[in-house]
Design a binder for this molecule. Structure first.
Ligand SMILES: NC(=O)c1ccc[n+]([C@@H]2O[C@H](COP(=O)([O-])OP(=O)(O)OC[C@H]3O[C@@H](n4cnc5c(N)ncnc54)[C@H](OP(=O)(O)O)[C@@H]3O)[C@@H](O)[C@H]2O)c1
Length: 354
């Protein structure tokens, strides 16, 4: 395969979605133990919009002064040259989010290897990766669907299985509450149903709830028309509450999550779509709330490489097809990020490269 000497890539100075710029750069070359990947699909996450707006600053590794970088973390592509015995040209691969987080608990130093902040991301035609920073893409999925797996799906997988040991995935007979219908949520719905769990899902849109039912959601709640959705969850579960919660709303939902989780249940603190700080005058007394129902509140930050491989085997076994709401062209990356930020999507938004 003949390779270009110059490549196109998007950059952000972390100064707003409107200011993303398409630039050119020399073709990178793979160093020892590295591969060069031709990127074919980039899946975008809420985080990528925050990075482009200079708002992704709640971690030490990502909180310094703004600088210009290539955004985005999730890609599917093909190895075009390899300086590693593990990979050969033609291999289809996926990126892993924190490139050095290979197993076990995430540590602060792993976050320094995060793609799309603080390290250069994947919204580029070609990029080098260390041999451990990629995994084999599932052969049953086209690149556009496969690209969605590293962040959204792995985070959902960890929400359901992260507290269980590697190799002992579960969920059968458990009840899972999923907030919203974005990328993490819809992956969570698909994983939970394939695991034999019962799923209650919330959304601001009845139309999206109908779509969720088609994917197997057992019960649905419109959190806009039913603001006391926690009480509705209790009614739906005979006052027991749910075993696992995908806590995506953050400051606007955590209090209610504590009120509808089962005794001994797990609240995964994943997102903050409803804000990062409690509303003025509204204090969430997590100490007593956690104790009251013997709850585990777990901060969740994606997952390691070995759990991604565990998840990929599960996807392959159940032939799960990620839900892609809309595909944009590489030249339309700015529009794609704005579309995601507006929140009208259901599932994932992906950028397809030539
Ligand atoms: N911790 C991690 O490892 C990790 C990984 C990925 C994402 N995240 C975070 O998780 C959240 C979701 O990420 P994503 O990529 O799935 O985002 P996304 O695709 O942009 O999801 C957006 C959806 O969230 C729902 N939503 C918005 N405000 C809500 C609220 N107050 N309560 C409940 N749902 C609400 C909306 O669903 P409806 O339109 O149906 O209402 C919206 O369409 C973000 O905060 C993101 O930063 C964390």
């Amino acid at each position: 395969m003949s390779l270009p000497t110059t490549i196109k890539q998007w950059v952000t100075a972390q100064d707003g979605l409107d200011n993303l710029t398409l630039t050119t750069a020399p073709l990178p070359t793979a160093g020892p133990g590295e591969v060069l990947v031709k990127i074919t699909a980039v899946s975008i996450n809420y985080r990528d919009t925050e990075v482009a707006m200079g708002l992704y600053n709640h971690h030490k590794a990502t909180g310094g002064p703004a600088f210009t970088l290539v955004p985005c973390s999730d890609m599917c592509g093909t190895v075009v040259s390899s300086n590693s015995s593990l990979w050969k040209p033609g291999d289809r691969v996926l990126s892993i989010f924190n490139q050095t987080h290979l197993k076990g608990q995430l540590k602060a130093h792993h976050m320094k290897s995060g793609l799309g902040l603080p390290t250069p991301g994947v919204l580029t035609q070609y990029r080098t990766f260390p041999e451990y920073g990629i995994v084999k893409a599932p052969s049953y999925l086209p690149d556009v669907e496969a690209a969605t797996l590293p962040v959204a799906s792995l985070t959902a997988w960890m929400a359901i299985n992260g507290m269980r040991p590697l190799g002992q995935a579960g969920g059968k007979g458990e009840t899972v509450l999923i907030q919203g219908t974005g990328g993490v949520s819809i992956a969570g719905l698909q994983i939970a149903k394939a695991s034999g769990a019962e799923v209650i899902i919330t959304s601001s849109s009845d139309a999206k709830l109908e779509q969720a039912k088609k994917l197997g959601a057992d019960k649905t709640i419109n959190y806009r028309t039913i603001p006391d959705w926690d009480q509705e969850v209790l009614k739906m579960t005979d006052d027991e509450g749910v075993d696992i919660i995908f806590e995506n709303g953050g400051a606007s939902t955590l209090r209610k999550s504590f009120d509808c989780v089962a005794f001994g249940g797990l609240i995964n603190s994943i997102g903050y779509l409803g804000g990062k700080q409690d509303p003025p005058g509204d204090r969430t007394n997590t100490n007593v709330l956690a104790l009251k129902r013997n709850v585990t509140l777990k901060g969740l930050l994606n997952g390691p490489r070995d759990r991604l491989e565990e998840m990929l085997a599960f996807y392959e076994e159940h032939k799960i097809t990620p839900v892609v709401d809309k595909v944009f062209k590489f030249e339309e990356a700015k529009e794609a990020l704005k579309y995601l930020f507006q929140g009208g999507h259901f599932g994932k938004v992906v950028i397809k490269l030539d």
